[in-house]
Design a protein around this ligand. Sequence first.
Ligand code: PLP
Length: 372
Amino acid sequence: MIRVSQPVTGPEELEALKRGLEKAYFGHSADVVELEKALAGYLGAGERPVVCVNSGTAALHLALACLDLAPGDEVLVPSLTFVASFQAITAVGAKPVSCEVREDDLLLDLDDAQRRITPRTKAVMPVHYAGNPGDLDGLYAWAAERGLRVVEDAAHAFGSSFGGKKVGAQGDLVCFSFDSLKNITCGEGGALVCPDADTARRAGLMRGLGMERPQATQGGPPSRSAYDVVTQGWRFHMSNLNALVGLEQLKKAPAFFARRQAIAKRYDQAFADVPGLSLLPMDYDRVVPFLYTLRVLQGRRAELIDHLREQDIETAVNYPANHQHSLYQGLATAPLPVTEKVCGQILTLPMHCALSDEQVEFIIAQVQACLA
Ligand SMILES: *Cc1c(COP(=O)(O)O)cnc(C)c1O
């Protein structure tokens, strides 16, 4: 089976884990701090501190917790996203307000979002679908005019750029995921890029059960002797073992990302003339694709999925619309016809660094054979 997504690790990650296991402490200490510094350096984050946590969902949860939302405050979010975006919003007692995406690039439709704004609307959570941050300048100007905070769900967009800067290098709160399938992985993990040191200090406290205590000793466990609890917090810290894997993956990021971009460019070129396919308008010189998703028109998606499965090619639908899940149905306000339409069209083809050129050509040939 050619998998739709899979992590790529090698002897370097294995060595790193071995080194980690040989230390007497696996929790959060020096290796996590090192990963935070390395991520900040890679992103060109400057004065924007990076806070590592144990998942992308936790990063979103902490980012929202930093906004001091009151129960019932509303956060605008595209319905077309991984359910983690929604769960993070409800986890802090806020209400996710499902918005439409634009049909062509599957990014948040600001005109639609505008119509859903109420006096309770406090923040917007754009989702950088498939790795595309879209027009971040336009988004931030729009949010600023309306007095809204921004929490970027950049889980797909680690390594992508906008305006010559990496996603995360600028903006408000920017959240990444390093789960098993993302552009780089820690095994499980996530990170939150904060707008200032004070926010990072708060996020740092909240990721560790709100416990304030003396500085960790170099490389060893944090002092257990004295601490005070100063805020609501969660058990969201990253383990040193995950950080060590992430540090190795980060070294490989340039090669990984070039490979992902090359595969996406080849797909785009091959599918441009296939009837019944609509490609996302992506600039793969600045976007690192997490997913390669296209729209299958004319109701032929099921047929294509079946054909590819028969050829041992796995595909996925990213994602079912969140406003249609049982938990969120009661929240739905105005209808979301565009989202419902594109959710019936989108199909994700295999995209990962373990794909060989031969496999990419095989996938292309099978898509062409089915639809031509
Ligand atoms: C993966 C993902 C997340 C959550 O990240 P985890 O590390 O899996 O918790 C959030 N949003 C989107 C869009 C994602 O794809």
